[in-house]
Design a protein around this ligand. Structure first.
Ligand code: ADP
Ligand code: ZN
Ligand code: ZN
Length: 733
């Protein structure tokens, strides 16, 4: 019998599907988009079931308005993966499915390529590169941008090129535009471009052969020190996949997606490469998505969300810098792209390679227990020698904007020798607090349990938690004194101070404030590489994915916070940052040096890290985790709740705790911690509390949460607070 009712998943935060009548002229199948009336709106949803009966009487049901696809939007395996995600991360199916679509499809657009306008150089334009541009600076910039190949109109606008400039260049005959609509063209078997390739060393060859001889599912940890040639290994693993006419997915951390990374893949293979990141506009995103689904693209490189791209025939997944925190989404569907990637590879029966110099402790544990194959690259392949590392005990030393005298002296030595120096400080702004010198009052955000950060450049005080900002105040709000002083050091202040200490050298600051404008990070990195600056200051941003061969000294200014943080992963993060920066500095002819300023030079993890390296650090840290029964030796779920009324939130979480503890599967090895106030107990006017569930097995955690969730929804206070479940949280705040 023909089904009469379609069950539709809609982008609403309700954990259920909705029934609609199927008009006789429509023939939906599972996995297609439909538009349906919902209250007074029309929503786009996904058909998840076709049935003949509903728990509601038929005259209450409304008909589907429109059928938006003739075939399912996702291949079956990805559709199943999304359903798994919804279950595993305890997130409503409707929201999970709809958010996985490019926004154009979410809005109901046809799932077909929109043609895009691209600009490219004409032969005359190319000749101009030799001649130069004289006073036509802007036009020159455009020609240089197009030097390596065509760019979309949108990409040029994003790079601050105006339409007028493009028009002028077109009239000169230097550039031309074309409209393109991608189509599927099978790529030739001869996928490799004619480029020079390094001769593989033995470890690389073993890693490649291991994966290439097993085209079935397998999870491989490729642990290779920085510069050991991991990318070369990826390229060699991708090659046979492309030769079979299949596709490859390469995930990189948010900040790792630089033009250099992309170019290494584009240059190596004669197949279309699609890049997916958060900066794409709706059209570009849809095109990239379709291009993977319809097999126009051979390789897709992208950040976290690229994982949910459909593929016609995926043959391998690479997760570069697998330990990177940006793989975990921190809101809505709180998925971990690395973990879901493994699940995806399993479903599609293909290999997955997790590459890193500093494996996450979870990953390392899985490799050590034999769940993953462990491949190692222990030698630096290209240039570069190991750095010398030093802990600088700053106890009792005078710190000038966070810099100790020995560090300043060391900096001078490196700078005077013509090298670059890089300093890390993970705090934006001028100073993290503004205090009254008379009475000790500190300017604090009215809406959060936090102090305002003083930003000198913009003459403001800003709350880094709720984003509120106001003009800087000059008078104490408690005693009226005008003697306000700054407390603590941020990157702005450090920049200021370095200008005074080293007036003869140029300093550049890289943080979220200084790189807000699109493309500004790339151009900053480029000018660093060219040697326009001698001193580089940065937050973590500066550590990832960039090699600076002329940097011979790296200073980590304040590591104490990470050694004694309430977040059990803080020391792991510090170790990863440390190895990363150490790996970026120096080269064979100019060995690098890394200095950590700390008040706790004797700290055991610090000692393990510095004297014996990441491997020993990780072993020590894993033993500590085991003693404390922390991940990977247990599984956590964080339940967060917030509301204006603190008491209400606490009560709600207390009831949640009872619900969990009353669960029949809750055993002696399960534990609930809390409710406790969140580390930031108040944000944007809301009181925040949290509850941590700890279990010994993943399936057990799943079962408890799955059946406790409906009960939690039914708690009377559940509607009065905002609450969420974070499965296997990465961030405990
Ligand atoms: P990683 O990703 O491990 O940091 P890369 O893949 O970027 O390392 O390699 C570092 C450098 O070494 C690159 O310039 C690369 O071209 C070069 N390289 C890689 N493999 C070899 C090799 N077998 N012989 C010589 N150079 C190599
Ligand atoms: Zn605030
Ligand atoms: Zn005062």
């Amino acid at each position: 019998m023909r089904p009469t009712i379609a069950r539709v998943a809609l982008p609403v935060p309700l954990d259920k599907q909705f029934d609609y009548l199927i008009p006789s002229h429509l023939f939906p199948v599972i996995g297609v988009r439909v538009s349906v009336p919902f209250g007074r709106q029309t929503l786009v949803g996904i058909v998840t079931e076709l049935v003949s009966e509903s728990e509601f009487s038929l005259d209450k049901l409304k008909p589907i308005k429109q059928l938006l696809d003739t075939a399912p939007v996702w291949p079956q395996s990805l559709y199943e993966l999304l359903q798994w995600c919804s279950r595993f991360y305890q997130y409503p199916l409707g929201d999970t499915l709809c958010n996985a679509l490019p926004s154009a499809l979410r809005k109901g657009k046809v799932a077909d390529f929109t043609s895009i306008v691209e600009w490219q150089l004409t032969p005359t334009g190319k000749d101009q590169l030799m001649v130069g541009f004289g006073r036509a600076v802007k036009q020159g910039q455009v020609v240089k941008l197009l030097e390596h190949g065509p760019l979309s109109h949108q990409a040029l606008l994003d790079a601050d090129v105006s339409s007028t400039t493009l028009k002028a260049l077109q009239e000169k005959g230097w550039v031309e535009s074309k409209e393109t609509k991608p189509i599927f063209k099978p790529w030739s078997r001869d996928v490799e471009a004619k480029v020079e390739k390094p001769k593989l060393n033995e470890e690389q060859a073993i890693a490649i052969a291991t994966v290439n001889s097993n085209p079935e599912f397998g999870c491989y940890l490729l642990e290779g020190v920085t510069g050991s040639g991991k990318t070369e290994v990826y390229l060699n693993m991708i090659k046979p996949v492309l030769e079979k006419g299949r596709q490859a997915l390469v995930l990189v951390p948010e900040i790792g997606l630089t033009p250099q990374t992309i170019n290494r893949f584009k240059k190596r293979f004669d197949v279309p490469v699609e890049v997916i990141h958060s900066g794409l506009n709706d059209t570009e995103r849809l095109n990239a998505w379709l291009s993977a689904r319809d097999k126009v693209a051979g390789i897709v490189i992208g950040t976290r969300s690229a994982l949910l791209t459909p593929f016609a025939d995926l043959g391998i997944i690479i997760v570069d810098e697998e330990h990177d925190a940006s793989y975990k989404q921190q809101d809505s569907l709180r998925y971990h792209a690395r973990d879901v990637a493994i699940m995806r590879a399993n479903k599609e029966q293909i290999p997955i390679v997790l590459g890193t110099a500093t494996p996450a402790l979870e990953t390392l544990h899985n490799a050590q227990t034999g769940k993953y194959h462990h491949l190692t690259l222990t030698h630096r392949a290209g240039a570069g020698t190991p750095t010398t590392n030093k802990v600088l005990d700053v106890k009792g030393l005078y710190l000038e904007s966070g810099l100790s005298a020995p560090l300043i002296a060391e900096m001078r030595r490196h700078l005077d020798a013509g090298n670059q120096v890089m300093l890390f400080l993970n705090r934006r702004g001028f100073s993290p607090a503004l205090m009254c010198h008379e009475c000790g009052w500190i300017a604090d955000c009215q809406r959060c349990d936090a102090y305002y950060t003083y930003h000198q450049n913009s003459n403001e005080i800003r709350c880094h938690h709720c984003g509120s900002q106001r003009p800087v105040i000059h008078q104490c709000q408690s005693c009226g004194s005008t003697h306000l002083v700054t407390v603590g050091v941020g990157t702005e202040q450090l920049e200021d101070q370095l200008g005074k200490l080293f007036p003869q050298y140029k300093t550049i600051r890289i943080d979220r404030d200084s790189t807000r404008r699109k493309g500004s990070l790339e151009s900053a990195l480029e000018s660093i590489r060219k040697g326009d600056y001698q001193i580089l200051i940065g937050t973590q941003m500066l550590a990832k994915g960039h090699h600076f061969p002329d940097v011979t000294l790296v200073g980590l200014l304040d590591v104490d916070g990470s050694l004694y943080s309430s977040d059990f992963r803080a020391s792991e993060r510090l170790a990863q940052l440390f190895i990363q920066v150490a790996g970026r500095a120096g080269r064979a002819s100019k060995p690098g040096e890394v200095i950590l300023q700390t008040h706790h030079p004797e700290h055991s993890l610090l000692q393990a890290l510095l004297t014996k390296g990441y491997g020993d650090f990780a072993q020590t840290a894993l033993e500590e985790r085991k003693m404390a029964m922390l991940p990977p030796f247990s599984y956590l779920t964080m339940i967060r709740a917030e509301a204006n009324d603190s008491k209400l939130v606490e009560d709600f979480l207390r009831q949640v705790r009872h619900t969990l503890e009353a669960h029949p599967l809750f055993d002696d090895y399960c534990m609930v911690l809390g409710p406790t106030p969140a580390p930031l107990a108040k944000r944007a006017g809301k009181s925040r509390w949290q509850l941590l569930l700890q279990t010994q097995s993943r399936p057990l955690m799943q079962k408890i949460l799955y059946s406790a969730k409906p009960a939690i929804h039914l708690l009377p206070s559940a509607k009065k607070v905002r609450w969420s479940m974070d499965i296997e949280p990465q961030d405990l705040s």
